[in-house]
Design a protein. Structure first.
Length: 286
């Protein structure tokens, strides 16, 4: 088996239908042997029945709880057989290119551990789906200034907003909305860290892949529409909290060595303040 495609779903039946339909088109050239697995996180919107009825060739694994992204993705990888594994949100719809192209690219470059396609918004504009690992200072400025001034130079650097998104390039990390892994690399870093419910797990695993000696690439020859936040918006307040918790977990795990450990209380306080600001913004937008 060349490629295992694992889609994680929670209450996005219609988007899941579009996602699976696009996957079938993106693998139609038959240059790779592939399988598709849906991990359903205890949806209540009929997603499971839709998969069983409309996509007979897709394997459905039903969880009795919402495991979050990381546990679900790891479960899917354990149940799969491909040399490469692609983990995807259900709000992804492949638009251009064939997935066999990414497989060939990985075959030709055995040092690459993970790759992400170009992601676009509904209007065709580019999503900043490849990013730099931020320094402590840049991360701090981005975390607060980025809320009110998204085009500040620190956020632009972190999000690679001035990067040529038509160019295949090595990058620090790519969006977990749609990532393809070399199984060997995925297993070497023990997959996604399941202490993350969702958010930041993509930066975390790409960091681990880099440390393990592999590289991460952005690959624009395959383009996918990403309709951001369709599952998380159903639990908006909780997701704001989960995001702050994930940032704190990443910081403690990756950046708190030596004297930096002294900054942990300040980081915690800063994220509490940031979360409160985002909650207030969310309330006033309603």
């Amino acid at each position: 088996m060349d490629l295992s495609i694992i889609v994680i779903n929670w209450n996005t039946r219609d988007l899941l239908y579009s996602c699976l339909t696009s996957i079938l088109h993106a693998t139609l050239d038959h240059r790779v042997e592939s399988e598709v697995i849906v991990i359903d996180n205890n949806s209540s919107d009929g997603s499971q029945e839709m998969v069983r009825t409309e996509f007979k060739g897709v394997r459905l694994i039903e969880s009795k709880e919402n495991m979050g992204y990381c546990r679900a993705a790891n479960l899917g990888v354990r149940q799969s057989e491909g040399r490469y594994v692609l983990t995807s949100n259900s709000d992804i719809e492949f638009k251009e290119g064939h997935l066999s192209g990414i497989v060939s690219f990985m075959d030709e470059n055995p040092d690459i551990g993970a790759v992400g396609p170009r992601l676009v918004n509904s209007d065709g504009s580019i999503q900043h789906s490849c990013r730099n690992f931020p320094s402590f200072f840049n991360a701090t400025v981005h975390a607060f200034a980025g809320i009110f001034f998204p085009n500040n130079r620190f956020s632009r650097k972190y999000k690679m907003m001035d990067f040529d998104h038509n160019k295949t390039s090595r990058v620090d990390w790519v969006s977990g909305a749609c990532m393809l892994f070399r199984r060997e690399a995925f297993e070497r870093v023990s997959g996604f860290d399941e202490r993350y419910f969702m958010y930041v797990e993509d930066m975390d695993i790409c960091y681990a892949i880099n440390v393990a000696g592999y590289s991460v690439y952005y690959y624009p020859d395959v383009t996918a529409l990403h309709i951001i936040g369709q599952s998380s918006k159903r639990a908006g307040y909780r997701m704001i909290s989960e995001f702050q918790k994930s940032i704190f977990r990443f910081y403690r795990k990756r950046y708190s060595g030596g004297f930096m450990i002294l900054s942990i209380p300040l980081i915690f306080l800063g994220l509490v303040v940031r979360g409160a600001i985002l909650l207030l913004i969310n309330i006033f937008k309603r």
